[in-house]
Design a protein around this ligand. Structure first.
Ligand code: GMT
Length: 374
């Protein structure tokens, strides 16, 4: 099959999932054409089955907002026609699904049928998508797609709740390649950060309000009142300044390190004892799965699809959103030397359920089904 994949190419879970999916399919012999505004971050090597098509956005003095969606739709028309694609798979509804639906209509007018599959990732539904400024277009483009997948049962439920959807949504969860993403031997790194055997706590995100990093800092503050600990914060974004201030106000700035947008998250996770994810909304929680792949247990909120990943009392604990006291109690329980090894083992065991080898066939079967139904 010749497949076109559209996604956000830079940092962000949806782009990572789309890129890793394309890479995995290319390894299995599919021809994968990425259609994006810049080269996806993880697509930095040669494979004979991987192709890249850049969307060129022409600017003009009249355009206050250059119409990216139109340029994307035009590029999709071009690639489908000349590369003879069998399927378009777009990740994140806004604006990729509506651009794909437009491209499909243009191609139909030229006598070419192309199935469109839209994968919903989270904020395209729960935050941005349901805003009245986008909702009618999101609803229309989901209904006009030939197949729709969501990354968790909870996101599927939310989509039906907030949009008038007339079609079936298939749940295909996020995945990880455990051959590539696994615990590495980085003990020297742990010794440098935690010279006196302190417990190492990690959070990674895009530092947006929805991640509730205040709660990460508050939980850590309470943990280190009980046991020696250090906190590593990976990522960057709008909340960074505010979080630095909070750490100073709580008098824990020296125990916290801001690592910025680190590519090698795996190296940090390899030496972590606990991962905190207290998000307000989280359709799946790919970064939590990355932590589990490195044998790191979780303390999370019960937002969205997180409980479908983090098994309460087994791979970590799930607390109500904002319940800092409960999260602290759970963190201290996991961090006890007699409990930690079991939680670590369970985290890796659970991550195996989401290994790429289990999830990729679900996408392949879904592609076959959608193409057959055309
Ligand atoms: O978490 C973010 O803000 C980034 C966002 C994205 O679209 O890149 O992540 C969403 O998609 C990921 C991949 O499917 C999911 O694992 C994340 O849980 C989801 N984020 C939210 O729902 C907030």
């Amino acid at each position: 099959m010749n497949i076109g994949i559209v996604c956000y190419p830079t940092f962000g879970g949806s782009g990572v999932v789309a890129t890793e999916l394309g890479i995995g399919l290319a390894k299995k012999g599919y021809k994968i054409h990425f259609i994006t505004y810049s080269q996806p971050t993880r697509l930095d090597f040669f494979n004979e089955n991987l192709f890249y098509h850049e969307v060129n956005i022409r600017s003009y003095p009249l355009f206050k907002f250059p119409p990216y969606e139109l340029a994307l739709a035009s590029k999709m028309v071009d690639v489908v026609k000349y590369e003879k694609l069998d399927l378009l798979h777009v990740h994140y509804a806004i604006p990729h699904a509506s651009a794909a639906v437009l491209a499909k209509q243009i191609l139909k007018d030229q006598g070419i049928e192309i199935p469109v599959i839209t994968t919903l990732h989270g904020t395209d539904i729960t935050l941005v998508g349901k805003d009245p400024s986008y909702e009618p277009v999101v609803t229309y483009s989901i209904n006009q797609s030939d197949g729709v997948t969501s990354v968790s049962e909870d996101l599927k439920k939310d989509t039906y709740k907030h949009f008038n959807i007339r079609r079936e949504i298939e749940v295909i969860p996020n995945f990880i390649d455990l051959e590539k993403f696994k615990k590495q031997r980085k003990e020297h790194f742990k010794t440098a950060i935690c010279p006196n055997g302190e417990k190492l706590i990690v959070h990674t995100s895009n530092f947006r309000k929805v991640k509730r990093i205040d709660d990460v800092v508050k939980v850590f503050h309470k943990i280190q009142e009980q046991i020696p600990a250090r906190l590593l914060l990976v990522g960057d974004g709008p909340e960074r300044g505010h979080i630095e201030t909070l750490c100073r106000e709580l008098g824990i700035y020296d125990e916290v390190r801001f690592l910025g947008k680190l590519e090698a998250v795996q190296e940090v996770l390899s030496v972590a004892d606990l991962f905190l994810m207290p998000s307000e909304k989280e359709s799946f929680g790919l970064s939590a799965l990355e932590a589990m792949a490195c044998e790191v247990p979780l303390v999370t909120s019960n937002a969205g699809g997180i409980p479908e990943l983090n098994l309460h009392g087994i791979t970590g604990f799930v607390s109500p959103i904002g319940d800092v006291e409960d999260m602290t109690k759970n963190a201290l329980h996991i961090l006890k030397d007699e409990n930690l090894p079991t939680f670590k083992t369970n985290a890796l065991k659970r991550a195996k359920d989401f290994d790429i080898t289990n999830i990729l066939p679900q996408y392949e079967a879904y592609y076959e089904k959608v193409v057959a139904e055309m």
